[in-house]
Design a protein around this ligand. Sequence first.
Ligand code: ADP
Ligand code: MG
Length: 731
Amino acid sequence: MSLSRFSAVETIQNRMNGEMEDVKAPAKKISDFFGANVFGDAAMKEYLSKDAYKAVKKSIGSGDKLSREDADVVAAAMKKWAMDRGATHYTHWFQPLTGRTAEKHDSFFTLKPGTNEVVEEFSGDALAQQEPDGSSFPGGGLRSTFEARGYTAWDPSSPAFILEVGEGKTLCVPTIFVTYSGESLDYKLPLLKSQSFLEQATIPVCQLFEKKVKRVSATLGWEQEYFLVDEALHNARPDLLMTGRTLLGKHSPKGQQLDDHYFGSIPERVYAFMRDLETECHKLGIPVRTRHNEVGPGQYELAPMFEEVNVAVDHNQLLMDLMDRVARRHKLRVLLHEKPFAGVNGSGKHNNWSMSTDTGTNLLSPGKDPGKNLRFLTFFVNTIQAVYKHADLLRASVASASNDHRLGANEAPPAIISVFIGDTLTKVLDAIENGGEVDALAVEETLDLLSKIPNLEKDNTDRNRTSPFAFTGNKFEIRMVGSTMNCAAPMTVMNTIVGAQLKEFYASVDKLKNEGRSEDEAVLSVLKDYIVESKPVRFEGDGYSEEWEKEAERRGLGNTPKTPDALGAYVSDSSRKLFANSGVFKEQELEAHYEVMCENYILKLQIESRTMGEMVINHVLPAAIGYQTEVAGNVANLKEIGLDESHYSAQIDLIKRISEQMNIINVKVQEMTEARRKANENDHAPDMAKAYCYDVKPLMEEIRVAADRLEYLVDDQVWPLVKYRELMFVR
Ligand code: ADP
Ligand code: MG
């Protein structure tokens, strides 16, 4: 029987000669079907009465609850709209702390109580609240303390949509997921709370510059990186199947050194997948626009236009599900893992974040009007100050077992949070810092200086790809976010820290005004203090360099490359205070979220470590033993025909080297099993996570080195695991 590795490669070769999925978009023009499966503005206008439409819009705008009657009306309209499009089921769609989305499908179809009469039903109650069987979702002890059940509740600020899976169509209602007493068990509720906190904090500051501003929201434009591999190769690797990354595997002699993949031509099968995915996205109103190759072989990127943060987060979650499904149609698998292949560039999810007003202003846009630039400077400097003060929390928000392979693992971006702003803005901030007393004259000089900023958007020279947090023209780009993550976690932190910072800013400005300073003077004076204070977090150099690590330490910046250490920042005194004051997390919620993050880390490592143990024992060692036996047989034969050792010294050497690596694996796998057993004895998740990190993980690394050496030594014809070169270059 041939090895599954070779039949996988053969399958692909046959596939490439044979069928290719062709993709048909519903119409030629995207605008003809964009958002067709979304119960958005157009659908609501069509299916709701004028009054009901107004009530819904008002509720979305203000965050106030819809009345019971209005909810019934909306539910009826939604049902009609969905059934007109062939939907038979509905579900509350939510984002538990596992990181992906969850659904529980119910049918519209029901029998009228006590009769045989068939009706299709969807009431306001069914729209507003559900009780999914939530016992298997992580709750960090919250539900055992309060109430076993979890509830989902409608989030009207994100539109309902129809998900098509095969022939089936389901109406999906975006919801939050909470305990009976309202504690969050998901990513969405804290995000929504952080949104309204940020808005509340931002409006008064906006009004210093523009009285008309009534609403402010954070905006998010994500950029999603991912790898594609053929499903046959994927399924032939237990580690890809179980963990989404290769736990073993010798580097391919050719990796990304040639950079010949980046922006290169997209292979045809991948192109078909992308077109199909984009069509699915467009039907669901996800405004994806760019597609291109990334640095790693088989790596790609997809980015939409930015949207209000809550909708953008939902769209990214939806995208990750769609990618998976569409890839399967093309006999491909999407790897969302941050580091599927050692030695090859990992995947991130850049989060471009800004704030915008209902008057159409991007608050981080330097703008064309120099007079408005003091406003830009205000939001710009306050964001930097917020990041400076809460860098550890921001770091924690992107901490995960899989992202540890990027942050602080000799790869971009580093675990040290620093802010890059480019030459032009550095000059502006330096000038303010060195400008002496802030008085009317200084304000005038600064405004003059600021009038030179509008060129910034065209200034592409000062892009620094090594910075984890970079200002890129009119938004901050947060590059530490992992490719598998729910964007909500870092977005919640951004909204909260900037909100808290703006509150403080407003109070300080107010104080100075009461002391008789003009408003512009007061603003500039407070900003000047922040510029001085937050200076250590600003860094324009190479974020990957060793010198920076040392320099950062001198500056007192945090550097926590390991998730169990980084996560602690969630429950530090300053974070507790921050979240309590902003109302984003209640004390118990914060504890629970922290615990779940630790548990997620543990589970990931547990699965990886077990999978690795099985792979080396069931795949690697047998292959090595088999090959070693063959070589030993050769030695015996040579001996038998009377040759001396000079004729088989190479074979003896090979036999010894194979034994050496097998011995390492044998010993280390037993140590790893023991380390896991001991780690599991910890009562508290944070301690257990640390034990996995410090006691189990290093053993995994040692085992990998030995297994990869065996891959190098053993005959290619008997090596059972799909090799790196096949994973990355066979298409
Ligand atoms: P790149 O960073 O790859 O050079 P762009 O500068 O065009 O590309 O933008 C990258 C991402 O930034 C896009 O996904 C876009 O939606 C997002 N973006 C642009 N403006 C904003 C904004 N005001 N708020 C949030 N995201 C934004
Ligand atoms: Mg980018």
